[in-house]
Write a protein that binds this ligand. Structure first.
Ligand code: ZN
Length: 425
C-alpha cells in the first residue's frame, strides 16, 4: 500500500469518526472531577453540597439542550437527614485515630463529647441468658462499649431490656475490616463509630470522643429533570436516570467523593443527553438526576409519587449507577423479569462486541429503578462490573479505570434507539 494512500485512509477515518456523535471523554472526566471536587462536599447535606451539585447539573442540562418542566429543572422535596457538621475526634488509649482513614461514624450515630471507660461486650450475651443477666448489672452509663462487627447484627435480636441497657452507654465502637459510610434519616441515642481493626489499640482502657450529630428535619433537596421532546411519538417516554447525591462529609476535612457512585453514572447520563439533544428520537427522552438515593431512594420515590408527566406514558426506565469500570461486563437488574428487552441488549452486544459480558438479576431495591418497577413501569438498572474496591469510603476518588465506558455508552444508546423505534407497549 502506498504511503499517500495510507495517509488518505487515516484522514478519511479521522474525519468520518469526528462526524459521528460519540461520547466526549474529556467532558466525561471533567464532569466526574467536578462532581468529586472538595467544593461539592461529597454531594451530601453538610454545607449544602447537594445544592451546589444540583446547580452544576442544571447548567449541564442546559448546555445539552434539555427543556425543563419546572423552573431550572428542579423538583424540590424534603427529607430528615442525620449529619456531622463539625470535625470529629476519637482517641483510644494513647492513639489519636484519623477520621475517614481509621474510623468513621455510623451514619445514624448520635453525638457525644466526653470520655469513657472501654468495656468489651461479652458476646455470650447474644446466646446465653445468664451472660445477658450479668451484662445488665454492669454500669455502662457514659462508657464506651466495644464489639466486633461480626456480632453487630445480633444487637437487634436482643430482648428489649438488653437493647435499652446497651443504649445507656456513651458510645459503641464497632471494630471492622472495612469502613463503609452511608446516609441515615434517623439518629440513634448513642454515638456509634466504625473503627478499623488494625488501628484499634487492644490494651486501651479509656477513650475520648468529640462528635456532633445533627438530625436535620425537613431538609430541602431536589431532583433535576430535563427532557428532549420526541419527534413523532412525544407521548411515549423513555426515562434515563442516575443519582447525583452521595454521602457528604464528616466535618470540614473529611468528605466522600463518590466517583464510581455515582459521578460516573451522571457523566454517562449527560453524554446521552448531549447526543440526543442534537438528534432527537421519535420518543420523548426524559433525563433525571435523582437526589437522596443514598438516604433510601428518597428522590426517586418522591418522583414516582409526584411525577411531572403521567407515569403510564413511560415505555421504559434506564437507571445508571456505578459506571467506572466494565472489564467484567454489565449487570442488568430486572433482566430476569423483562426477558424481551434483556434479549435485545444481549443481541446488540453480541453484534457489536461492546462489552465482555452481559449478566442479569431479578428485582432488587438497590437503586432508583426500584419504585418505578413497584409502580408497574418497566425499568432496568445497569451497572458496570470490574476492579474498584472503593465503595462508600473516602477512596472512591476520580481516578476510575473507565475501561468500558465507551462500550457501555454505545450499548445504551443502541438500546434506547431500539426502544424508541419498536412501538410496542
Ligand atoms: Zn449509587
Amino acid at each position: 500500500m502506498s504511503r499517500n494512500y495510507l495517509i488518505f485512509i487515516i484522514i478519511f477515518i479521522f474525519f468520518s469518526a469526528s462526524h459521528l456523535p460519540a461520547q466526549d471523554m474529556v467532558r466525561v472526566n471533567e464532569v466526574i472531577d467536578t462532581l468529586c471536587s472538595p467544593e461539592m462536599y461529597g454531594r451530601g447535606y453538610t454545607y449544602h453540597g447537594d445544592k451546589i451539585a444540583a446547580n452544576y447539573i442544571a447548567t449541564q442540562f442546559k448546555n445539552a439542550g434539555l427543556k425543563s418542566y419546572t423552573n431550572d429543572y428542579s423538583q424540590p422535596f424534603q427529607l430528615n437527614i442525620n449529619i456531622f457538621p463539625d470535625d470529629l475526634a476519637l482517641k483510644i488509649g494513647k492513639r489519636t485515630l484519623i477520621p475517614g482513614k481509621e474510623f468513621i461514624m455510623d451514619p445514624s450515630s448520635g453525638g457525644f463529647i466526653g470520655k469513657g471507660k472501654i468495656i468489651p461486650v461479652d458476646t455470650l450475651i447474644f446466646s446465653d441468658s445468664n451472660a445477658l443477666k450479668a451484662f445488665l448489672k454492669v454500669d455502662i452509663k457514659g462508657q464506651a462499649l466495644v464489639l466486633d462487627q461480626k456480632f453487630e447484627k445480633f444487637i437487634y435480636d436482643l430482648p428489649r431490656p438488653g437493647i435499652a441497657h446497651l443504649l445507656q452507654a456513651g458510645a459503641l465502637l464497632i471494630l471492622t475490616e472495612k469502613l463503609t459510610f452511608g446516609a441515615s434519616r434517623n439518629q440513634l441515642q448513642i454515638a456509634k463509630f466504625q473503627v478499623l481493626k488494625d488501628c484499634y489499640p487492644e490494651k486501651a482502657k479509656k477513650a475520648i470522643f468529640q462528635v456532633e450529630a445533627v438530625l436535620h428535619k425537613f431538609y430541602k433537596t431536589q431532583n433535576l429533570v430535563g427532557y428532549i421532546p420526541g419527534t413523532t411519538k412525544p407521548d411515549s417516554i423513555i426515562i434515563v436516570c442516575a443519582h447525583y447525591d452521595h454521602l457528604g462529609t464528616m466535618g470540614q476535612n473529611v468528605y466522600f467523593p463518590g466517583a464510581n457512585d455515582n459521578a460516573s453514572g451522571v457523566a454517562m447520563l449527560l453524554e446521552i443527553a448531549h447526543k440526543y439533544g442534537k438528534n432527537p428520537l421519535p420518543y420523548t427522552l426524559v433525563f433525571i438526576a435523582f437526589g437522596a438515593e443514598e438516604a433510601g431512594l428518597v428522590g426517586s420515590h418522591y418522583f414516582t409519587q409526584y411525577p411531572l408527566f403521567e407515569l403510564s406514558k413511560t415505555r421504559f426506565v434506564v437507571n445508571l449507577d456505578l459506571f467506572g469500570t466494565g472489564e467484567e461486563g454489565m449487570m442488568v437488574v430486572n433482566g430476569k423479569a423483562l426477558t424481551k428487552e434483556f434479549e435485545w441488549i444481549k443481541q446488540i452486544n453480541e453484534e457489536n462486541k461492546y462489552l465482555p459480558a452481559i449478566k442479569k438479576r431479578g428485582q432488587a431495591a438497590n437503586s432508583d429503578h426500584y419504585f418505578f418497577s413497584q409502580n408497574g413501569v418497566p425499568a432496568f438498572f445497569f451497572y458496570l462490573m470490574g476492579d474498584w474496591p472503593n465503595y462508600h469510603d473516602i477512596n472512591d476518588v476520580p481516578n476510575l479505570p473507565l475501561t468500558k465506558f465507551s462500550g457501555a455508552y454505545n450499548l445504551i444508546n443502541d438500546f434506547i434507539e431500539k426502544l424508541s423505534t419498536n412501538h410496542v407497549k
